[in-house]
Design a binder for this molecule. Structure first.
Ligand code: HEM
Length: 459
């Protein structure tokens, strides 16, 4: 257990350039450099970025026990760190808020994302949007064309969360929502720069970044203003539920909070799910035998009809496939925190105010928990031994851990399984570009992103 008084040992430091530390390595390949640091130095590592006096130090944690300990205590390990400070530029909604403000928001908003609500209101939208992609990919198959799973999934999830949140009015805004991905990339660049330039300096990158933020907020402001002008609830989408949400004392969210929450759901709700789906589709395409297992299950359980929320418990093979895709390609690769006071974690000293990350990307590749961790193998989850199940649960942190864990967990799990199931009912996937062994091309923006196109050949 951490204690504020024990001194602790210094955290092992990744060796880098004598002046710039590990700046070049981290900026060129954040995921690779940090993973290697953990493999060489252990479960808690220190990485210095930039020259002395101008340096950012990142403490990274990759052990399940230490990660759970840290994430269980949000009053001691807060979100006052560079990544979350960047995200706060969008407003202070449920993802970034803390303390009493967060508690109130979580209480009011979690009921919008229960499995029952998702099954009744959102699943029809999810399946309808996936059907559109499936039908389009069927046509591509007939024309002998390839599809880019990365771009297609970004569009699919943008359309889906847009419709879930705001009803049918979102089509014209889908391109703006999809441009969030540029903001995401730039946020990460700023997060791993020792001292990013202030945003008022009109560099091209700053201008693009500010325009992306502005456009996203404008999309939401426009819909919220229109909805308020309509008066009482005219639709039954998530925005109506946010507008109508009441705390136990009867109070509602302020206008600004409504926009902030809608923005959080819009941004957190599409990019991460798109990455998960793109990676899962690419893994399906390059593992024909595993794809066949999934297809057999879909034939058996659905027999060609549309999937519904009630089918999910029966789609165990598909579920394990998704779980494994999320393990190797965790859309939230790093969860940032900062200790309020000096802390000792796992015997290591971490000074107050440091930037700390729970680095899921390495945690999901810990050889102590995951046998042959770099191999894509969904059958690793086909186990009944309670000890193994417990260890896997503790070490699978795709959706976080502790009080701040993902409020959209049910939505994203249901969406991912249903989209794969629906698309695979239309087409079989093959690939000649991601077929080689080795990792999928991904990189670290604030969330994990596919690098370049994921070209798949439907048939
Ligand atoms: C594959 C998809 C997703 C992944 C991997 C993911 C991952 C995560 C993780 C790891 C956290 C914890 C962050 C931390 O502790 O620092 C989190 C929190 C959160 N997620 Fe998700 N998420 C996904 C989808 C969604 C969706 C669909 C929504 C909403 C519609 C959503 C909304 C949120 C919110 C609001 C929080 C903050 C919760 C709180 O602090 O109370 N996420 N997510």
């Amino acid at each position: 257990m951490a204690s504020a008084t024990a001194p602790g040992r210094p955290v092992p430091r990744l060796r880098g350039h004598w002046l710039l530390g590990s700046m070049a390595a981290v900026q060129a390949d954040f995921l690779g450099a940090m993973l290697q640091a953990h493999r060489d130095l252990g479960p808690v590592v220190r990485v210095d970025v930039g020259p002395p006096g101008w340096r950012e130090t990142i403490y990274s944690v990759s052990s399940p026990e230490l990660a759970s300990e840290l994430l269980a205590a949000p009053e001691r390990w807060t979100k006052d760190e560079p990544g979350y400070r960047e995200l706060k530029r969008m407003g202070d909604g449920l993802l970034t808020s803390e303390g009493l403000r967060w508690r109130r928001q979580r209480r009011m908003l979690a009921p919008l994302l229960t499995p029952r609500r998702i099954g009744a209101s959102y699943v029809p939208v999810i399946v309808e949007e996936a059907e559109r992609v499936g039908a389009r990919w069927r046509q591509a198959a007939e024309a002998g064309e390839r599809v880019d799973a990365s771009a297609e999934m970004l569009e699919l999830t943008s359309r889906t969360i847009g419709r879930i949140l705001f009803g049918a009015q979102m089509d014209p805004a889908v391109p703006q929502i999809m441009r969030w991905t540029d903001v995401n990339d730039e946020m990460m660049r700023r997060t791993v720069s020792p001292h990013p330039l202030p945003l008022w300096i009109p560099t091209p990158a700053n201008r693009r970044f500010r325009r992306g933020l502005r456009e996203m907020r404008a999309v939401v402001d426009g819909v919220v203003a229109q909805r308020r002008a309509q008066g009482s609830a005219a639709t039954d989408d998530m925005l109506d539920l946010i507008l109508g949400a009441r705390d136990k004392d009867g109070t509602r969210l302020s206008d600004e909070e409504v926009t902030d929450q809608a923005l959080v759901f819009l941004t957190a709700g599409h990019d991460t799910t798109a990455t998960t789906l793109a990676c899962a589709l690419a893994e399906l395409a390059r593992h024909p035998e595993l794809q066949q297992d999934v297809r057999d299950e879909l034939d058996r359980e659905l027999g060609g009809r549309r999937a519904t929320a009630e089918d999910l418990p029966r789609l165990a093979v598909t579920g394990r496939f998704v779980r494994e895709a999320m393990r190797l390609w965790p859309a939230s690769h790093s969860l940032g925190r900062a200790p309020v006071e000096d802390e000792v974690l796992g015997g290591y000293r971490i000074p107050a105010g440091s930037s700390v990350i729970v680095f899921s990307y390495a945690l999901h590749r810990e050889a102590d928990v995951w046998e042959d961790p770099d191999t894509f193998d969904p059958s690793r989850f086909d186990v009944t031994d309670p000890d193994v199940v417990r260890r896997q649960r503790a070490a699978w942190m795709v959706l976080g851990s502790g009080p701040h864990s993902c409020v959209g967990a049910n939505l994203t799990t249901i969406e991912t399984v249903l989209v794969l199931a629906t698309i695979l009912q239309h087409v079989e996937l093959t690939t000649d570009t991601t077929a080689e062994a080795g990792p999928l091309p991904v990189h670290a923006a604030i969330t994990l992103k596919p690098t370049g196109e994921y070209l798949l050949s439907p048939r």
